[in-house]
Design a binder for this molecule. Structure first.
Ligand code: ADP
Length: 299
C-alpha cells in the first residue's frame, strides 16, 4: 500500500487557496497529519477520499491515478469525517448493517458477522438495539469509527478523531487504531492535537496555511526545534514584556518570579537557557516560525 501526493493545489471558487504545492509519500502504518485549524487538513482529506477534485496535481494510490480510478480507491477506503452524520432512527446494529451494504458486502451472513465483530471491537455490543440517535456523544463517535472500518478498509482516513471524546475514550480509540495499523493498512490521522500524533504515529506531516511545513518522524520534528526553545526566569514586570515579544509555551510561578518557556530563534536581553523541546514546543516553533512570508490568498 502506498499513497503518493504530487503537486496538489486547491483553490476554492471564492479564490481562497487552501492547498499549495502539497507533496507527500505515505506508506503502511500510522501517518499523522498535524496542523492548526484552517491549515487545509480537511481539504486534503476530501481530495484523498475522492469527494473533491484538486485544482491541479495528482494523488496516486498504489500507482493508480485516484481521479481516474475512483471506484478502486473507494473500494479500499474507510473514512470518518469530522461531522459524521447518520440516521438516528435506525438501531445501532441496523445502521452498521446499512453501512456494510453500502460498502458492497452483499452476503447477509457475512454482514451480520462483521456487524457483531465491529460492535464488540468498539464496545457498542451492549447497546446494539438502541436507536443511534439515543447514543451518548462518545458512543456516536465510536459508531462512526465502526462504520468506517466495517468493510476492512486498506486505507483509513480519520479527521479530528478525538474531539468530543473523554480521556478514556481517546485512549481506547488510539489503541484501536494502533491495533489496526499493525496490519497491512494505511491510517491517516488528521488532527490539531499534538498528543494524538506523538503517542501513535511513526510518520507525520505538518500542514500550515496550506503548505507542508515539515514531513518526517515526530522525533525529527523535535530535533529540528532544538536550540529554539528557551527557559527564562523573569520578574512579574518582565513577564509582560516577554509575553509580548516571544511565543510563550509554558509558565511556572516560582518564589521570586516566573519561569517561562518560550519558542524562538534567539532570546535577547534575558538570561535564557536552551532546553530540550518536546513535540508540542516543536509544533509551535514550526507553526510560528516557518513560512512567515507565505500567504494563501490569490489576488
Ligand atoms: P482544516 O481542516 O485544517 O481546519 P480546512 O481544509 O477545513 O482546514 O480549511 C482550510 C481553509 O480553506 C480555511 O481557511 C477554510 O476557511 C477554507 N475553506 C474550506 N472550505 C472552503 C470552501 N468550500 N470555500 C472556501 N474556502 C474554504
Amino acid at each position: 500500500m502506498n499513497i503518493s501526493i504530487q503537486g496538489l493545489n486547491k483553490i476554492y471558487p471564492n479564490g481562497y487557496q487552501a492547498l499549495t504545492d502539497v507533496n507527500l509519500e505515505i506508506s503502511e502504518g500510522m501517518f499523522g497529519l498535524l496542523g492548526p485549524n484552517g491549515a487545509g487538513k480537511s481539504s486534503l482529506m476530501r481530495i484523498l477520499v475522492t469527494l473533491m477534485k484538486p485544482s491541479s496535481g495528482q494523488v496516486f494510490v498504489n500507482g493508480k491515478d485516484a481521479s481516474k480510478n475512483r471506484d478502486y480507491v473507494r473500494s479500499m477506503l474507510g473514512y470518518l469525517p469530522q461531522d459524521f452524520s447518520f440516521f438516528s432512527n435506525l438501531r445501532t446494529h441496523e445502521f452498521l448493517d446499512y453501512a456494510a451494504r453500502l460498502a458492497g458486502m452483499n452476503s447477509r451472513r457475512k454482514r451480520s458477522q462483521a456487524v457483531d465483530h465491529m460492535l464488540e471491537e468498539v464496545g457498542l455490543f451492549d447497546v446494539r438495539s438502541r436507536k443511534a440517535g439515543k447514543l451518548s456523544g462518545g458512543m456516536k463517535r465510536r459508531l462512526g469509527i465502526a462504520q468506517a472500518l466495517i468493510n476492512e478498509p486498506k486505507i483509513i482516513i480519520v479527521d479530528e478523531p478525538t474531539t468530543g471524546l473523554d480521556p478514556e475514550e481517546r485512549i481506547r480509540f488510539r489503541n484501536l487504531l494502533a491495533r489496526l495499523s499493525s496490519q497491512d493498512v494505511i491510517i491517516i490521522l488528521s488532527t490539531h492535537i499534538v498528543a494524538d500524533i506523538s503517542s501513535t504515529c511513526e510518520h507525520m506531516a505538518l500542514l500550515n496555511r496550506g503548505q507542508v511545513a515539515f514531513t518526517g518522524s515526530p522525533e525529527e520534528l523535535i530535533r529540528q526545534a532544538q536550540n529554539h526553545v528557551w527557559s527564562i526566569y523573569v520578574t512579574e514586570k518582565e513577564y509582560v514584556e516577554v509575553n509580548q515579544k516571544y511565543q510563550v509555551v509554558a509558565t511556572v510561578m516560582m518564589n521570586d518570579g516566573w519561569k517561562v518557556t518560550v519558542v524562538g530563534d534567539e532570546v535577547e536581553g534575558y538570561e535564557a537557557e536552551p532546553i530540550a523541546p518536546n513535540l508540542e514546543h516543536a509544533y509551535v516553533y514550526f507553526v510560528e516560525h516557518t513560512m512567515k512570508n507565505s500567504h494563501s490568498y490569490q489576488s
